[in-house]
Design a protein around this ligand. Sequence first.
Ligand code: THU
Length: 130
Amino acid sequence: MTLRQAALDVRENAYAPYSRFKVGAALRTTSGEVFVGCNVENVAYPEGTCAEAGAIAAMAASGLRDIAEVYVVADSPTPVAPCGGCRQKISEFADQGVVVTLATTDGIEAPTTVAQLLPGAFDASQMDRA
Ligand code: THU
């Protein structure tokens, strides 16, 4: 199954009663496994948990740490833009050149990279003097 299809499928499970905006994300690890996530909102924090964060949490819970590719899809006029927190989470587990494809259910695809999504990312090397 393609990452696009995995993301489209999991998007159907999104719990988004507050925004009504369903998002699906799928990632492939460098070991070849696929993990998926959808956004899950709640009344106290209506933005809830993003689809990308869900997929990353599933990967990490399986003991894996290295992302090779990410795909995110929503029913939006233009490809959905990951929030700042998700950009940092992706950056934690993916090399700068890893492709993150942002897409719409209509079929528009905007491939980008981790470096493009989070230029000047904070990383552990910046704490070398600590
Ligand atoms: N959302 C995601 O899951 N991923 C994104 O890349 C953008 C936004 C979700 C969070 C919230 O449930 C809804 O979309 C509206 O912000």
